[in-house]
Design a protein around this ligand. Sequence first.
Ligand code: AMP
Length: 192
Amino acid sequence: MLNIVLFGPPGAGKGTQSEKLIAKYHLVHLSTGDIFRANIKGETELGKLAQSFMNEGKLVPDEVTINMLASELDKSPDAKGFIFDGFPRTQAQAAALDNLLQSKNTAITSMLALEVEEEELKKRLLLRGKESGRVDDQNPEIIQNRIDEYNNKTMPVKDFYAAQNKYRGINGLGEIEEIFALLCNEIALSTK
Ligand code: AMP
């Protein structure tokens, strides 16, 4: 199986690149942000729980997020692989993901981290807020909270995968196709 963690701060281009990767490698896309948003739209219990955290730009608690991810994994028993987009965002989530995959006799192939500097991220998020109407992309304070959450809680996830020699940094600044080529190149190297 090919199991990729697509990593990076909010606005790094994970969603855009995920779409291209799933089309090329026929992977199941698991975006925890998309799943939470679908639950909010559907007014489910999970959606109600996640909403207050998301509205403030805070991470949804690990237990809630991990349980949700586990049940999403179970929905695709025949997958050729997964692309994890926006997950794991804490070291506890990363450890839980390793255990879940191990119980299915598989593992993370590599963690591809899109690297983009903070000022560029803020510009991109505000633009996306205008175009998509996503509330958490429209307010500079909420955007700052999301970037702070990333720096404080999510960055250490890099070390988790670096310790397994699975971390690969990718320059996330440039043309979409250029960045996609860099990602494909890393995937080719990690599956050799
Ligand atoms: P995203 O679409 O990935 O930017 O996620 C939007 C929001 O959903 C985040 O700001 C968090 O509030 C929540 N979220 C998404 N994924 C996670 C995760 N793995 N852990 C905790 N919260 C998450």
